[in-house]
Design a protein around this ligand. Structure first.
Ligand code: PLP
Length: 386
């Protein structure tokens, strides 16, 4: 699925030099490398503020709490009952962060063509969930493609809802020329080692154009203090370490080239599947596979290349037997996760997400993937369906 050695080998000396500087000054947490990366990231994304933190999961919690969603930060002042509408088809952190912020998630189904939260489905969430108590929408730019931001910004404006982007998988992705991370009230990024821009460990970031939210996030990531041992709010330890800041500063210089390489690989997969006569034109797979598409208005950065496949589990076993990596993101939709049974959802509540969970398969996708490897993947899939 991913060979990180191909990324790290050419960068080895540059990374060691950057890490060496941290060892020399020994300001291991929130050091100059973190501040430097925050400045560079804000400039890259075109946002006013970027705040480094310990993970994408913490970034989501910080973004929600910083934007005043839920009761986190303040030791419940009667604000529990706030609802945040989100997608059932994402990584668990997209929803656990809402609960951890002291709010209640409400799920709306996905758009089958992009796997992203559907604005039309969000509008159908009953008023009891979306109405008086609703405070925010948390759409996820899944697999590296922005949600339909035009529609979400209209819904947010009309209903007075905050918009918090889960941009964990979307570093460098754009909506109508504007980068993910600068679209909503606040956004969360993950630099988990498999991401398009990745740390050598756990790290994350909150971005926002609001000075007020940025200030609050900086305080919350450091136990709610501006001044040592004066705790204004109930924060947490969610700081970024300087080694990660150093690594991320180095890698930021290369991320555009890596994202371009991913786009070229996606185009080649599409050409190879079409040439093999395997690509279906409909929304769901019948005999061939449904290829992922770039939506109008979106600039996809292909964090994952996810097809829909008939007999998906058998195909995956076949690929594994041929030593070809693949992954299922995500096999169980969030509304059906055991940990969330208390929310009261059941099978059938989000049929598109449930169908996607049965059909999706992510194929190898990383900037250094080779043409002959892609040909091997497509040839193996052709063999399976023959
Ligand atoms: C959509 C999404 N949200 C949140 C996260 C959480 O990020 P992290 O693993 O850095 O905590 C991830 C990462 O896996 C993710 O893919």
């Amino acid at each position: 699925m991913l060979d990180l050695e191909r990324q790290y080998k050419p960068l080895r000396q540059e990374l060691l030099n950057a890490i060496g500087q941290v060892i020399d000054h020994r300001q291991f947490i929130l050091g100059e490398e973190v501040a430097g990366f925050e400045r560079a990231a804000a400039a890259y994304l075109g946002v006013a503020h970027a705040v480094g933190c310990s993970s994408g999961t913490d970034a989501l919690w910080l973004a929600l709490a910083g934007a005043g969603v839920g009761s986190a930060g303040t030791v419940s002042q009667g604000r529990a009952g706030m609802t945040v509408v989100t997608t059932p088809f994402s990584f668990f952190a997209s929803v656990s962060s809402i609960l951890r912020a002291g709010a209640t998630p409400a799920f709306a189904d996905i758009d089958p063509s992009t796997f992203n939260l559907s604005p039309a489905a969000v509008e159908k969430v009953p008023d009891s969930e979306r109405g008086a108590g609703a405070k925010a929408i948390l759409p996820v730019h899944l697999f590296g493609q922005c949600v339909d931001w035009g529609a979400f910004s209209r819904i947010g404006r009309e209903r007075g809802l905050k918009l918090i982007e889960d941009a964990a998988q979307a570093w460098g992705a754009e909506w109508e020329g504007k980068k993910a991370g600068g679209l909503g009230d606040a956004a969360a990024f993950s630099f988990y080692p498999t991401k398009n821009l990745s740390a050598a460990g756990d790290a994350g970031m909150v971005t926002t154009n609001s000075a007020e939210i940025a200030e609050r996030v900086r305080m919350l990531r450091q136990h709610g203090m501006r001044q040592h041992y004066h705790h204004e709010e109930l924060g947490w330890n969610a700081r970024m370490d300087s080694f990660q800041g150093a690594v991320l500063q180095v890698k930021l210089k290369y991320v555009d080239a890596w994202n371009e390489a991913r786009r070229a690989l996606a185009a080649r997969y599409e050409a190879l599947f079409k040439k093999a006569g395997l690509a279906e034109s409909g929304a769901y797979p019948e005999r061939g596979v449904v290829l992922p598409r770039e939506a109008k208005g979106a600039r996809h950065v292909w964090h994952q290349y996810v097809i829909r496949a008939p007999r998906r589990d058998a195909l995956r076993e076949f690929l594994t037997a041929h030593q070809i990596g693949s992954q299922v993101f995500y096999p169980i939709p969030l509304h059906m996760q055991q940990a969330l049974t208390g929310l009261g959802y059941k099978e059938g509540d989000c049929p598109e997400a449930e169908r996607a969970a049965r059909e999706v398969l992510a194929l190898p996708m990383f900037p250094e993937l080779r043409e002959e490897e892609q040909k091997t993947v497509v040839a193996a899939i052709a063999e399976f369906y023959s």
